[in-house]
Design a protein. Structure first.
Lengths: 388, 49
């Protein structure tokens, strides 16, 4: 059973929350037991309920040993090779989707639910690990990758943040966090199981054969954006809520993206953990790389724009190598590059080069309107529903 | 303060009742769906993606 895929999952989580609360009472003098109890609960879910548990456990072992060898034994300086080794299983799976006509069974052997998110987390850990820094302890590393509420669809947590949260131990289990977690959980249930489901049934999936194709496509485009937000946002809220009830802080992943005024603002509100991950582990190193190139030294705007486009292209490829994902990622990259150029031009000329002296409230309204349409279009292509 | 608490309690009861009724109305018809081979209607919706 996958997390959040049936009512039974919530019953299991309720039992886990009760076990954690009772553990707090029983282990008052031993706060270190928190991580071991969390480990046992995560291991129970992974081995008894989650599909392909052996695959997941082997992947954890592989990433742990690979990180140890790369950082502590070989002490590699070029982290690119390390990243490729760590995401190798994910690359096999993604490439196999593209070449599905090949009689290739490697995909079945390697793939398991949550592989992409686990890969993102281990790359984050590998990139953040300072040479000669002690390796993460096995129990915390396992909890970090196999934490039940976030095992399938994130958010993409950071090891350092996860460790700090885990070290708070049983003190994070109290009435206040429980109630706060409960509110997030209920909000997530409303988002995912009511609003997203209603959008899916009565807006997204209805056939509008009686109206022109262009209008039905536009309607479907907006419906998909709304559906994706409430579905994915609902998942994230439920993960956050259950995480809080179990005594762990899970980062917020969505903050009303419909009010975004530019692409930068959008990625601060929509799938925040992915936006931050791409910025820290891909965009910044890539920009630094381009900055070191002599030919590009005099073209900072070009460096930024090309880094943005490549970063979002990577984001598209992460979902798979199908054209809809790649074009969608490319579009997000182009939006960001256009906005970046606009900002730089405004700074250079000391005025708003597009809106001039227009009332800021009107500018904000127009910006929100443009963003909703641009994002909806890109996500519509991402969905694979767009047909010319 | 007391009235405020009572209003809050009833508001919460109303909200949770609405949520439960909505969930029931959305998912209970799926249990009768001939295509539903799973034991759970939520799982049935999930499998369709």
């Amino acid at each position: 059973m996958l997390p959040f895929s049936s009512f039974d999952f919530f019953i299991i989580m309720a039992v886990f929350v009760i076990i954690m609360s009772l553990s707090k009472l029983l282990c008052k003098t031993r706060p270190n037991y928190f991580k071991y109890i969390l480990f046992i609960l995560n291991a129970i879910f992974l081995t008894l309920v989650f599909p392909k548990p052996i695959h997941f456990i082997l992947f954890i072992l592989y990433s742990y040993i690979a990180t140890y060898l790369l950082t502590d034994i070989f002490k590699i300086k070029n982290k690119i090779w390390g990243i490729i080794i760590l995401i190798l299983p994910m690359l096999f799976v993604k490439f196999d989707i593209r070449f599905s006509s090949y009689p290739f069974i490697l995909n079945d052997i390697i793939s398991f639910a949550g592989l992409s998110y686990a890969s993102f987390r281990i790359v984050g850990y590998f990139m953040d690990k300072i040479p000669n820094e002690k390796m993460a302890d096995g129990v915390t590393y396992f909890n970090f990758l196999a934490f039940t509420p976030t095992i399938l669809i994130g958010p993409i947590d950071r090891y350092s943040r996860f460790k700090i949260s885990q070290e708070e131990g049983f003190s994070a289990i109290n009435c206040e966090t429980f109630l706060s977690g409960w509110i997030f959980l209920v909000k997530g249930i409303v988002f995912k199981y009511i609003i997203a489901e209603l959008i899916s049934r009565y807006w997204l999936d209805i056939s509008l054969s009686s109206i022109p194709k262009i209008i039905s496509s536009i309607s479907e485009m907006y419906a998909y954006y709304a559906y994706l937000f409430f579905d994915f946002g609902g998942y994230s809220l439920m993960a956050l809520g259950i995480g809080k009830m179990l005594g762990m802080r899970v980062p917020i992943n969505f903050k009303n993206p419909f009010t975004s005024v530019n692409p930068q603002d959008f990625w601060r509100k929509f799938h925040i953990s992915l936006g931050d991950w791409l910025k820290d582990y891909f965009f910044t190193p890539l920009y630094m790389f381009f900055s070191r190139q002599k030919k590009l030294k005099k073209h900072p705007m070009f460096r930024q724009n090309i880094s943005l486009i490549i970063t979002f292209l990577l984001m598209g490829c992460w979902n798979g190598f199908q054209s809809n994902y790649i074009i969608s990622g490319l579009l997000f990259g182009i939006y960001s590059a256009i906005h970046n150029t606009y900002i730089i031009q405004c700074k250079k000329k000391g005025k708003d080069v597009v809106f001039g002296n227009l009332n800021p409230k009107i500018v904000k309204g127009i910006s929100i309107f443009i963003m909703i349409n641009a994002v909806s279009f890109s996500l519509y292509i991402f969905s694979g529903r767009f047909q010319l | 303060m007391k009235i405020k608490h009572i209003i809050r309690l009833f508001t919460h009861i109303a909200i949770y009742t609405c949520i439960v009724i909505s969930l029931y109305l959305i998912y209970s018809p799926l249990n009768k769906d001939p295509m539903n081979g799973s034991s759970s209607s939520v799982q049935f919706v999930y499998q369709q993606f």
